[in-house]
Write a protein that binds this ligand. Structure first.
Ligand code: 5AD
Ligand code: FES
Length: 357
């Protein structure tokens, strides 16, 4: 394909037209620098049209490293006997929120492995506790697959948003990343249930996960196009030394950036974080992510003594810093990109978006 074609494809995407599989594949694989710069520039223009220079912050609280699942890529998988396990108490979680609130956070993301200890009553109690004390904040859950009734109870308790990455939209590829008891169909059912119940929903995939081909990424993009989640979380796959993927190659930060731009153009109003994995793969990854179309950063609010234990992959950044240090560091990094961190809740904009003409 000539450079001219890439420019046309980018324009087509930016105009809201649907690209064919072949066209999406060509954009994903495009290595041409100039075409890449054009894609980035278009993505930024769209991002600024809807969100200006704003970057939203989400305070991430990793409240349990216990997990009943055994995903092959993940450092806190059940079979990793070397992983140090911890659980935060309700009081500890509330105290993280307290610190976060003082630092300007108005969204708390409660993330954990699939820890059976946090049955509905316990987790609902925590959500209600946060809801009561921090009325003006959004509560995001990222606690994996649960049944619909559970999602309903958590929503009723006050949760507003839910992150559940689909990891890969191809069933066979899903089977190469997960043990056989885990199914893509179940993951997608969870996402539909969450959407139905009224959550703002986030899905997403790892970039460059083992055995991933362009055809899988095309399917991921089409899933995002059809499902139109409010949020999309993507980051490069990074190996963890105590998993069976220890010797696999890490995903490319550059490909991740290209995908961020494509997703921004496909879904102009999406809330798109520049993830910690991207910041781990490249020391300026998060800044580059923002300059490729991302508009969210998610600094860690977990207590410093447990941070090192929530290791999904090796060399994770920010494991030694206090919340206040991370937000100071990130504010500086963000301001150098020409963007600015804002403290509003940052719900998705709906004005002028394709679904509300
Ligand atoms: N590398 C990159 N991302 C990972 N995740 C889990 N393990 C890894 C890894 N080794 C991502 C998954 C999960 C999210 C919480 O973290 O996409 O959904
Ligand atoms: Fe955590 Fe820079 S954002 S140390």
């Amino acid at each position: 394909m000539t450079d001219r074609n890439y420019i046309e494809l980018t324009d087509k995407l930016a105009a809201g037209d649907e690209l064919s599989d072949e066209e999406l594949g060509a954009l994903i694989e495009c290595e041409d620098r100039e075409a890449g710069a054009y894609l980035t520039q278009k993505a930024i223009a769209v991002r600024e049209k809807y969100y200006g220079k704003k970057v939203f912050i989400r305070g991430l609280i990793e409240f349990s490293s216990y997990c009943r699942n055994n995903c092959f890529y993940c450092g806190i998988r059940r079979d990793n006997k070397k992983a140090e396990r911890y659980r935060l108490s309700k009081e500890q979680i509330l105290s993280c929120c307290e610190t976060g609130y003082r630092l300007g956070f108005r969204t708390f993301v409660l993330q954990s492995g699939e820890d059976p200890y946090f049955a509905d009553e316990i987790l609902c109690g925590i959500v209600r506790g946060i809801r009561m004390r921090f009325e003006d904040c959004a509560i995001t859950l990222s606690v994996g697959e649960r049944d619909r009734g559970s999602y309903e109870k958590l929503f009723a308790a006050g949760a507003d948003r839910y992150l559940l990455r689909h990891e890969t939209a191809d069933e066979v590829h899903y089977g190469m990343l997960h043990p056989e008891e885990m199914l893509l169909s179940r993951r997608l059912q969870c996402l539909r249930d969450l959407r139905d119940i009224g959550y703002q929903v986030g899905c997403g995939m790892m970039v460059g996960s083992p055995y991933q081909k362009t055809e899988h990424l095309i399917k991921d993009l089409k899933l995002i196009r059809e499902f139109r989640p409010e949020m999309v979380g993507i980051g490069p796959f990074l190996p963890h030394q105590d998993t069976e993927f220890a010797d696999q190659k890490a995903g490319s930060p550059l490909l991740t950036l290209r995908l961020l731009s494509i997703i921004r153009l496909m879904h102009p109003t999406v809330l798109l974080p520049a993830t910690t994995a991207l910041g781990t793969a490249d020391p300026r990854g998060r800044e580059k992510g923002l300059l490729a179309g991302a508009n969210v950063v998610m600094p860690n609010l977990s207590p410093v003594d447990v941070r090192g234990k929530y290791t999904l992959y090796d060399n994770k950044i920010c494991t030694g810093e206090e919340a206040a240090e991370c937000i100071r560091c990130l504010s500086l990094r963000v301001s150098k990109t020409g963007y600015e961190i804002v403290t509003e809740r940052g719900d998705p904009v709906t004005f002028g978006s394709p679904e509300t003409p």
